[in-house]
Design a protein around this ligand. Structure first.
Ligand code: ZN
Length: 119
């Protein structure tokens, strides 16, 4: 299951980042997923929740931000957002394009609640 491996990966990044920053309680994790990464956000969220269930991170939320597919035209040099699955340049209409964005899966934000804060 693709999403499970990704969720494990995300969790590793989160743990690494948290221990580097002195720990605390994980509140939320924001990830950016490209349209081409083949990730179903609901499924990723489900796997992530299953992994943190029963750990001290179990109240954390996973936020998934979708990002567009961007194609770079090799003919005219324009970068355009790919709408649907038609890979052509929005400026000149040419099909000589290279996808430069849309495959990513990145952890972009980790929010940690400071244990010293409220109670
Ligand atoms: Zn073009």
């Amino acid at each position: 299951m693709h999403e499970l491996a990704l969720a494990e990966n995300i969790l590793e990044i989160v743990k690494g980042s948290m221990s580097a920053n002195g720990g605390g309680k994980l509140k939320s994790v924001k990830v950016r997923v490209g349209e081409l990464a083949g990730v179903v956000p609901e499924s990723l969220d489900f796997c992530f929740t299953a992994l943190i269930n029963g750990t001290e991170m179990e109240s954390a939320k996973l936020e998934v931000e979708r990002c567009d597919i961007v194609a770079h035209c090799l003919d005219c040099g324009t970068d355009s957002i790919v709408d649907g699955m038609t890979f052509k340049c929005a400026a000149c209409g040419g099909g000589n394009v290279k996808v430069i964005s849309g495959n990513e899966l990145q952890v972009i934000e980790i929010e940690v609640e400071d244990e010293c804060d409220n109670n």
